[in-house]
Write a protein that binds this ligand. Structure first.
Ligand SMILES: *[C@@H]1O[C@H](CO)[C@@H](O)[C@H](O)[C@H]1NC(C)=O
Ligand SMILES: *[C@@H]1O[C@H](CO)[C@@H](O)[C@H](O)[C@H]1NC(C)=O
Ligand SMILES: *[C@@H]1O[C@H](CO)[C@@H](O)[C@H](O)[C@H]1NC(C)=O
Ligand SMILES: [Zn+2]
Length: 410
């Protein structure tokens, strides 16, 4: 009896080890490309971006979900580091602050060249895989961070931004956020305003991925309709599995499927189980659901590590990805499907975005009209002399108002 028990438990242990071993074998050649990690936000809030402070050493960093040894154990081979600034910077110092977060990511790459290499295209991600480095890319989280300026958008592209999340938890003058669907915010753009469509055209032209995590469902649909290239959700899960408005509903997953787009699943417990505790297996349920509705090519990982406070049991930090991959193998995902989730789906979308981009095409130039902007802290240079009155109704109204005001008629 004891012998039989011993035999079966040995068999169970071996079987589970097999999944874990297979996961690691796959990840040695196809490591994880994660869509969203907020370590740069931690570096700001813990160290005010002073990376040379010995407590900020990324090898020995302890209280964060992310450090260099954990990235190695987790087979992380590509990371979109989040350059994020909260919505209270909107109409204030958003642009200065986002430049500083982009700068801290560049300095991470400079300070730890044996671990990180900052890259900006898909072929250099592959190159980093071969060299055993963490390909480091920049995702800017929050459309408010371009301050409604196509010039700022282009400049952030030149600094390495390769995705822009169209909103964070606030509307911009040109796109609506998810709190609209929750009933906590008012719809303003009904999806995308006409300036919002110019922003998306310019992102397509430059080759910046359009990220729809945090946006309203109307904005998701408008963007999926407007974009000439596939889009991503850098850190969102499935609404059918957990009814949080930050997750992606099934009708949008259909559009994701039709456009070869990608949903990178968020591990935040509240988005996984709709409660403060969750498990690795529940994260796999989201992956299964997205795969069933949108196909295996639509699934990716965007853990949101260091951006959230509660994570599932079994996925506590960035070292745990192989356990999640083992669970997918246990659920009979094929090796090709698993390689897709790990990296190949993101590489496919990114390459398509690169192919659609076209530097020969004329850039979008028409600025947002003045009356669409919160004007409290702004100068209006350029607007009064702009060539086309038809594109400048806002400026016209504003100059008319100031004329009337100067005549004391208002
Ligand atoms: C971080 O700590 C490691 C191990 O103590 C050390 O080898 C490395 O030089 C430090 N790196 C920086 C940038 O301070
Ligand atoms: C990728 O970026 C690197 C560095 O900027 C550049 O040298 C390389 O030519 C680029 N590759 C492609 C295929 O665009
Ligand atoms: C996986 O496949 C095996 C063999 O075909 C089958 O016995 C098992 O029930 C499947 N497991 C799941 C979770 O589908
Ligand atoms: Zn986020």
């Amino acid at each position: 009896m004891l012998l039989i028990w011993w035999f079966w438990s040995l068999l169970a242990v071996c079987a589970s080890d097999t999944f874990r071993d297979r996961a690691e074998a796959i990840m040695r050649t196809t490591p994880v490309i994660d869509g969203h990690n907020d370590l740069p936000w931690q570096l700001l809030t813990l160290f005010n971006n002073q990376l040379l402070d010995s407590k900020a050493n990324l090898t020995t960093l302890e209280k964060t979900h992310t450090n260099i040894p954990k990235l190695k154990t987790g087979y992380v081979g590509g990371q979109f580091w989040s350059a994020y600034m909260p919505c209270d910077t909107q109409n204030k110092d958003a642009v200065k602050r986002i430049l500083e977060q982009i700068d801290v990511i560049h300095r991470m790459c400079q300070l730890y060249p044996e671990t990180f290499v900052c890259v900006t295209n898909s072929s250099d991600i592959m190159e980093a895989f071969k060299n055993g480095k963490v390909a480091s890319l920049i995702g800017v989280e929050g459309g408010h961070l371009i301050d409604s300026s196509l010039g700022v958008l282009r400049t952030l592209y030149h600094l390495g931004m390769r995705y822009l999340t169209l909103t964070h938890n606030c509307n911009t003058p040109w796109a609506d956020n998810w709190l609209v669907d929750k009933g906590d915010d008012k719809a303003e753009s009904q999806g995308l305003s006409s300036f919002g469509k110019s922003v998306l055209n310019e992102m397509n032209r430059l080759g910046v991925m359009i990220d729809l995590s945090h946006v309203s469902v109307a904005t998701m649909k408008a963007a999926l309709q407007q974009s000439k290239a596939p889009v991503i959700f850098s850190h969102s899960s499935a609404y059918s599995v957990c009814r949080s408005r930050r997750n992606v509903p099934d009708d949008v997953l259909e559009l994701v499927k039709n456009t070869n787009s990608l949903v990178m699943v968020n591990f935040y417990s509240e988005f996984v189980s709709c409660s403060s505790s969750a498990t690795l297996s529940q994260v796999a349920d989201h992956l299964d659901h997205i795969k069933n509705v949108a196909g295996p090519g639509a699934v990716g990982l965007g853990g949101d590590y260091d951006g959230v406070t509660k994570l599932p049991v079994g996925l506590e930090d960035v070292s745990k990805y192989p356990d999640l991959i083992a669970e997918l193998l246990r659920r009979n995902w094929t090796e090709a499907e698993v390689r897709g989730v790990l990296a190949e789906n993101l590489l496919r979308v990114f390459s398509e975005v690169e192919l659609v981009s076209n530097n020969m095409q004329a850039p979008e130039e028409a600025p947002i009209s003045l009356n669409e902007l919160d004007g409290a802290c702004r100068t209006h240079y350029g607007y009064s002399q702009a060539p086309s009155i038809h594109l400048q109704t806002g400026a016209l109204v504003a100059s008319l108002a100031s004329l009337l005001f100067s005549l004391r008629l208002l």
